[in-house]
Design a protein around this ligand. Structure first.
Ligand code: SF4
Length: 185
């Protein structure tokens, strides 16, 4: 920001930064809960934690009106195609937060029924640790996501998308969960 002699000021920025500022001030998460972490995610929107202070408490009932997917809890094999379909139906640009240790790595559920990390099915932007993470931690992860998006420009966005596609391709070629031996190997 530069100041003129008469006290007025001008701001110099780029259209990209203004657009990034706009999209990061009004995330609309899609309504989807998978397990116990979802209870903490619900608390995140209540008056006690008041996520609306940051303009992000409006959970949308349709993925077509949402740009943030919070994977809250372990993802079973049965739910995996549903989660992926919801992600595919969301509007671009879109982001994913993996909430809790189960969503990020399968957590304590080291078995054939649970996907060992939701990054096997969707590209994850933020991994939120904890079992379950507190609502304040979820608020913090959305604020961290904002910083990430604000610092993103065309080239890094392309790189991020390329990395996400590469991760998806690797996940498609990885051994299926029912073939994994886990701790019993
Ligand atoms: S991380 Fe903990 S609270 Fe969250 S789904 Fe797993 S067991 Fe439940």
């Amino acid at each position: 920001m530069a100041h003129q002699e008469d006290g007025s000021g001008i701001i110099m920025t780029t259209i990209e930064q203004v657009a990034n500022w706009g999209v990061t001030r009004s995330e609309w998460p899609v309504t989807m809960g998978l397990a116990c972490c979802a209870i903490e995610m619900m608390a995140f929107g209540t008056p006690r934690f008041d996520a609306s202070r940051f303009g992000m408490e409006v959970f949308r009932a349709s993925p077509r009106q949402s740009d943030l997917l919070i994977v809250s809890g372990r993802v079973s094999q049965k739910m995996a195609p549903v989660v992926r379909e919801m992600y595919d139906q969301m509007a671009d640009p879109k982001w994913v937060i993996s909430m809790g240790v189960c969503a990020s790595s399968g957590g304590m559920f080291n078995n054939y029924a649970i996907i060992q990390g939701c990054d096997h099915i969707v590209p994850v932007d933020i991994y939120l640790p904890g079992c379950p993470p507190r609502p304040e931690m979820l608020i913090n992860s959305v604020l961290e996501l904002r910083k990430q998006v604000m610092n993103e420009h065309k080239i890094t966005k392309k790189r991020r998308l390329a990395a996400a596609r590469a991760a998806e391709a690797a996940a498609m070629n990885a051994a299926p969960t029912h073939e994994m031996k886990g701790l019993l190997a």
